[in-house]
Design a protein around this ligand. Structure first.
Ligand SMILES: Cc1cc2nc3c(=O)[nH]c(=O)nc-3n(C[C@H](O)[C@H](O)[C@H](O)COP(=O)(O)OP(=O)(O)OC[C@H]3O[C@@H](n4cnc5c(N)ncnc54)[C@H](O)[C@@H]3O)c2cc1C
Length: 495
């Protein structure tokens, strides 16, 4: 029997979406399944948004290899997919004399990994970043570091994949593998809450849940993922403090609490690193907030709590996979493999930092593995690498804004005042190749609701627009899918 699909990908985070896009170049029938109501809702939705240079990853690991290979890919990727990215460079700042020697270790790692790096004096650091602590003694400058829009990158990659023929099924949860009747240990598809789908290959890109998926395939029973929470503060755009990406000297388990500008002009402070048990626990804690504030103040003492407009947390899918290179003692590496004893399965796991950075190289590696496994992978003649961006009103000149409003008056109605998002942009996203059907989906695409009022002004209007465009009752409109309805009942109906 011919399979419905050649490839099924489980999970539409940055890794699954980049893999889908890379594979969409070839004449393959591809299905991408995601259990939530949108792409980019897992680890990819809440992180530091940095394209790492590669000074931190342990030399000889897959993390280092993928980080270094992917870093230069982001310029072309952001041009093709038209999302935000700047190659800003980054600094690792030594505070006090004690921290100075650590920079030598990271300079050495950067050199071994092959990314340019340079130690600069405390005085030079102060010149480049006037609000840095006066206690700075020196800093490591890594010019290849960058700031990206992880929401934009992931959604654009998924959209480009869909434009090139990939089928995306949201609200579709992988439950079990389907196995061949004729051959032992041969995966031939998946069972989901929405039915069974047959396929010649299944790719595990389930992020925090990748351990559970691989265990169902009978692969690496000893591998586990520990969610490692990282909390953040977002500061108001009108009070810009820092111009540069400022890392502290890393701790043994993370890159430490950084202070960085975002592409949208806010300042971001965080993350801490706390192992938790629950894979969906993204609550922030008072202790965590104190920890990250202290961490931020260590680098930039002038930070002011009155500028905080939002807090959030993300979960790193931290795994315990040893490095495949036996000479390297490191037990938290990526897994990128076709296991020998299970046919039809590509296994991706342990995708904590720097997997956002590394995702395009991981996608290329998956293509390589499939080729090595005998897939012919014939390129499509009509593959289009470009994902045209839709107009972002606040970024246009007055002349361009006037022309757009003349063409479509909905661009003249501002719905989110803080972020200056218009009805025209919202409607365009609701009818895009991957329709935004919830409040959060619109937020990730347009940045509405991310300003100082946090949606207080725009939310009722956005609910009405979503209801009108989707032909639904406003009571049915959700924040992020079933069970997160935003309205409880009509007040006029209260007896
Ligand atoms: C605090 C923090 C800071 C970070 N900072 C950076 C950084 O600056 N730079 C960097 O490079 N990396 C960073 N990272 C790491 C980066 O965010 C992650 O490594 C990356 O986003 C992982 O992507 P993913 O696609 O593997 O996982 P996810 O984004 O979690 O995607 C997996 C998807 O699979 C879906 N899924 C799971 N189970 C199923 C199922 N059964 N059926 C269907 N779908 C399923 C999930 O819903 C999810 O959408 C950071 C992470 C955190 C948490």
């Amino acid at each position: 029997m011919r399979s419905q699909y050649d490839v099924i990908i489980i999970g539409a985070g940055v890794v699954g979406c980049m893999v889908a896009r890379w594979l969409s170049r070839y004449t393959l029938r591809i299905l991408l399944v995601e259990k939530t109501s949108d792409v980019c809702t897992g680890a990819t939705a809440a992180n530091s948004a940095l394209v790492h240079a590669g000074y931190h990853a342990v030399p000889g690991t897959l993390k280092a290899e993928m980080n270094i290979k992917a870093n230069p890919m982001w310029d072309r990727l952001s041009e093709d997919l038209q999302f935000g990215f700047v190659r800003s460079g980054a600094y690792i700042v030594a505070v006090g004399e004690d921290e100075r020697p650590s920079l030598d270790m990271f300079l050495d790692r950067a050199q071994k990994n092959g990314t340019p790096a340079q130690i600069i004096s405390g005085r030079e650091m102060h010149k480049r970043e006037p609000c840095i602590t006066p206690e700075v003694t020196s800093a490591l400058f890594v010019p290849a570091g960058g700031i990206c829009d992880p929401w934009g990158a992931t959604i654009a990659a998924a959209e480009n994949a869909v434009m090139n023929g990939v089928e995306l099924r949201l609200d579709t949860e992988f439950q079990e593998f389907l196995w061949s009747d004729e051959e032992v240990k041969h995966i031939v598809g998946i069972k989901t809450n929405r039915g069974r789908f047959h396929s010649r290959w299944v790719i595990n890109a389930a992020g925090l849940f990748a351990d559970e998926v691989m265990h169902k395939a009978g692969v690496r029973p000893e591998f586990t993922i520990t969610p490692r929470r990282g909390e953040y503060f977002v500061l108001d755009r009108s009070r810009i403090q820092v111009q540069n990406v400022l890392f502290p000297v890393p701790t043994p388990i993370s890159k430490g609490i950084l202070v960085t500008p975002t592409l949208h002009g806010n300042t971001l402070i965080g993350p801490n690193a706390e192992n938790v048990e629950d894979k969906i626990d993204v609550d922030v804690t008072p202790e965590g907030m104190d920890e990250i504030w202290d961490g931020g103040k260590k680098l930039v003492p002038s930070l002011d709590r009155r500028d905080i407009i939002a807090v959030f947390a993300g979960l790193r899918p931290a795994g315990n996979a040893p490095c495949q290179n036996p000479d390297v003692h490191y037990n938290h590496d990526f897994i990128i493999e076709i296991p020998e004893h299970v046919k039809g399965f590509v296994n991706l796991g342990g995708m904590d930092s720097p997997a956002l950075t590394a995702a395009p190289a991981i996608a290329e590696k998956v293509v390589e593995l499939l080729r090595e496994a005998g897939e012919a992978l014939a390129p499509k003649a009509d593959w289009d690498s470009i994902r045209p961006a839709r107009p972002v009103f606040r970024n246009l000149s007055h002349g361009e804004q006037a022309a757009l409003v003349a063409e479509d008056p909905r661009y003249g109605r501002v719905i989110c005042r803080c972020e200056y998002v218009t009805e025209g942009e919202i409607v365009a996203e609701i009818h895009a190749p991957i329709p935004a059907t919830t409040y959060d989906a619109l937020k990730r695409r347009t940045w509405l609701g991310t300003g100082r009022c946090l949606g207080a002004f725009d939310m009722p209007r956005v609910i009405n627009i979503l209801a009108r465009e989707l032909g639904k009752d406003p009571l049915e409109i959700t924040k992020k899918g079933d069970g997160s309805e935003l309205l409880f009942r009509r007040t006029k109906e209260v007896p």
